[in-house]
Design a protein. Sequence first.
Length: 93
Amino acid sequence: MRDELSHLLQRGMLVPEYEAKFAALSRYAPQLVSTEEDMCDLFVNGLHDSIRTLVIPQQPKSYCEIVEIATRVEQNELAIQARRGAVAIKRKK
């Protein structure tokens, strides 16, 4: 479980799914997340690059804040993708 947590990546998961898996695994590897800073660093490092690059500059101060920002960033990205898809469909008609 410790290795799984230390190598956990968001990949195909949404942020809430990634956060739930991260939280579940962290219970079995408390030494990896013994401080708020360790927990934040490990969580951020596993996020998609596109999300991570927008979370870090906001300088979140807590794990909860990181999760909130990452979720908001992801929702914005999904909304943009949905709008682009709608535009592409209209153009095909």
